[in-house]
Write a protein that binds this ligand. Structure first.
Ligand code: HAM
Length: 427
């Protein structure tokens, strides 16, 4: 019987895996540079965490969660996003007693039962940051700057940063009331789902993709008309700081994003290269969520990007990431020389140089072919005759030149040749 991968999931292998790893390493390096600390939360949480955190009326909670009962009868859910779990962890681990704000980053799989298509999967990877414990507009600017710089560093261009403010809960209430009134007049043009949304959570009508609902929203009130003085001032400050550091943005008053927890600044970064799934990442403030989870009043903000979409955009733009895809040294050892070859292999690896040897019982010719396939820049050839004389042959695969070297001299040769640089990407 042959097994197939579940719909909406993928195996990440070779080049794609190398790209994913490169993106994650680059992001983590940048996160650290900006003073963020890693956090790892479980892949599943109590279902209620997401119902309460993301909002009962959202598409994610209504339709997209992987929810199951464990053997103890508890309802658990594979995390569809990382913010609610981080807030839970913040409270459960007493992080509020650390110097605020607490700045965290994460990298992990998320799960959403969506209809799979290019850029939309049922299991996907997110890189994200969350800053808890500051309402300072400079924090809003910092997280946005971090998002933009990260994508720019990867070589992505023509990024469109959409910016909006959802206001505080008070602004939200007046907006919701006005929207409900507006939608009541349009009710016959709305789909069945939106008829319900219009009554229970009118904001969520903005998430609907049905053409009739989208058309009904033309002329709807916008949140910008309902900002209180504090929210208006906060948004002005964020914009002015972004202007100051040269981050351009598009004001998009219709950007509501699909979670109930957002307050004040919201943003989404889009690319013209990905068709329907054009959002690379997004986020915003969620100043009431910590309190909602039983904690003290704690303003917070964060974002997440989808790694698969970033890879797609990189491929669409033919960006060559500087990924090292070859090895430095291949040891071609034959007959009785494999023991010595294995020793040399490990001595070279200890120096931080990438090296490999044959484990497939190939002839010398076969081993040279393999070295070529692995794009080895140098091959150390060891046969019993050379070994008896304490010698080996070194072949420079790029120049096609071969020379003799004393085995005792190999580490000195390697030191000179590779100047003891680090093998891995280090930024
Ligand atoms: P989100 O906009 O739902 O936000 O997801 C962020 C990014 O994850 C999207 O822009 C997209 O690149 C990627 N993504 C989402 N769904 C899928 C999918 N089905 N397949 C592939 N990629 C996907 C959040 O998740 C919020 N927690 C962000 C946040 C953090 N807000 C505040 N803090």
């Amino acid at each position: 019987m042959k097994f197939k991968i579940p719909r909406g999931t993928s195996d990440v292998i070779f080049e794609k895996a190398a790209k994913k790893q490169y993106i994650e390493k680059m992001a983590i390096q940048l996160f650290k540079q900006f003073g963020y600390y890693p956090i790892v939360t479980p892949t599943f949480e109590h279902t209620e965490l997401f119902q309460r955190g993301i909002g009962e009326g959202t598409d994610i909670v209504q339709k997209e969660m992987y929810t199951f009962k464990d053997k103890g009868g508890r309802s658990l859910t594979l995390r569809p996003e990382g913010t609610a779990p981080v807030v839970r962890a913040y409270l459960e681990n007493g992080l509020a007693s650390k110097p605020l704000p607490v700045k965290l980053y994460y990298c992990g799989q998320m799960f959403r039962y969506e209809r799979p298509q290019a850029g939309r999967y049922r299991e996907f990877w997110q890189l994200g940051v969350e800053v808890l414990g500051s309402k300072d507009a400079f924090v809003d600017a910092e997280v946005i700057l971090l998002l933009v710089r990260f994508l720019e560093k990867l070589g992505l261009k023509e990024l469109e940063l959409n910016l909006n403010s959802m206001g505080c809960s008070e602004c939200g209430k007046s907006f919701s009331k006005a929207l409900k009134k507006y939608l009541a007049d349009k009710i016959e043009h709305l789909c069945e789902d939106c008829k319900r949304r219009a009554e229970l959570n009118p904001l969520r009508v903005f998430d609907c993709k049905v053409k009739g609902c989208q058309a009904a929203l033309k002329g709807a009130p916008l949140i910008s008309g309902f900002w209180c003085e504090d929210c208006g001032n906060h948004f002005e400050s964020v914009k002015s700081i972004l202007d100051n550091v040269g981050i351009s943005y598009i004001l998009n008053p219709a950007l509501v994003r699909g979670f109930d927890y957002y307050t004040k600044t919201t943003f989404e970064i889009r690319t013209p290269y990905l068709g329907a799934q054009n959002a690379l990442g997004g986020g915003g403030r969620y100043d009431s969520l910590v309190e909602e989870f039983g904690g003290p009043s704690t303003p917070a903000i964060g974002w997440a990007i989808g790694t698969e979409r970033v890879i797609m955009a990189i491929e669409e733009l033919n960006i060559n990431l500087p990924i090292k895809s070859n090895i430095d040294v291949f040891i071609a050892a034959i007959d009785g020389a494999r023991d010595e070859g294995f020793k040399i292999l490990n001595a070279i690896r200890e120096m931080g140089i990438s090296a490999d040897m044959d484990y497939g019982e190939r002839s010398l010719k076969g081993q040279m072919k393999l070295a070529n396939k692995l794009k080895a820049s140098n091959v150390i050839i060891l046969g019993p005759d050379e070994l008896n004389k304490g010698l080996c042959l070194i072949r420079d695969m790029n120049l096609g030149e071969q020379s003799e070297l004393k085995i005792s001299e190999i580490t000195r040769w390697a030191k000179d040749k590779f100047k003891l640089r680090k093998v891995d990407f280090d930024g």
